[in-house]
Design a protein around this ligand. Structure first.
Ligand SMILES: [Zn+2]
Ligand SMILES: [Zn+2]
Length: 160
């Protein structure tokens, strides 16, 4: 069974999240327009600076200040490479924080697809609604890999 487009891009967002260097949340984000990936982002330190997994977190009031969030990094990558994000869909493994939500709105994101309902912020939800951004909670199994699964099932099928 081929994955539908939303599952396909969420699968990629999970692959991207494996690059995260702040283990407080392994978040991955993919910005997509017309079924094309514009940019990707994961949680990590500013470029060239030590990462949480090397020097520890920089905690202030329970939040790690060292990292730039995946969604913000994806938007920054677009700016860095001169790619317009207007009208794109944001695929993100975890529901965004309030700051990333505001950044996504101003980046012109028109649809937000998330998997994990992580710290659902009421203000973020209200901002998304006011910005007319289509919100989609994707039913998704992170390790779901239909091809591998079918091979596994065939290989382990009881002999008849
Ligand atoms: Zn950290
Ligand atoms: Zn964020």
């Amino acid at each position: 069974m081929r994955p539908d487009w939303d599952s396909y891009f969420m699968k990629i967002a999970y692959a991207v999240s494996e690059r995260s260097t702040c283990d407080r949340a392994f978040v991955g984000c993919v910005l997509v327009l017309d079924k094309r990936i514009l940019t990707t982002g994961f949680n990590g330190s500013p470029a060239g600076q030590p990462h949480c997994d090397e020097v520890g977190h920089l905690l202030v009031e329970g939040h790690c200040m060292r990292t730039i969030h995946a969604e913000t990094n994806a938007i920054i990558q677009a700016a860095l490479h001169g790619v317009s994000t207007r009208g794109c869909t944001c695929y993100v493994t975890h529901f965004p924080c309030i700051n990333c939500t505001k950044a996504l709105i101003n980046a012109g994101v028109s649809r937000l697809v998330y998997h994990i309902a992580y710290r659902m912020d009421d203000n973020a939800l209200e901002f998304l609604r006011a910005a007319n951004i289509e919100l989609c909670h994707l039913e998704y199994t992170p390790n779901h890999h239909p091809v591998l699964e079918s091979l596994f099932i065939e290989k382990n099928a009881p002999e008849t």
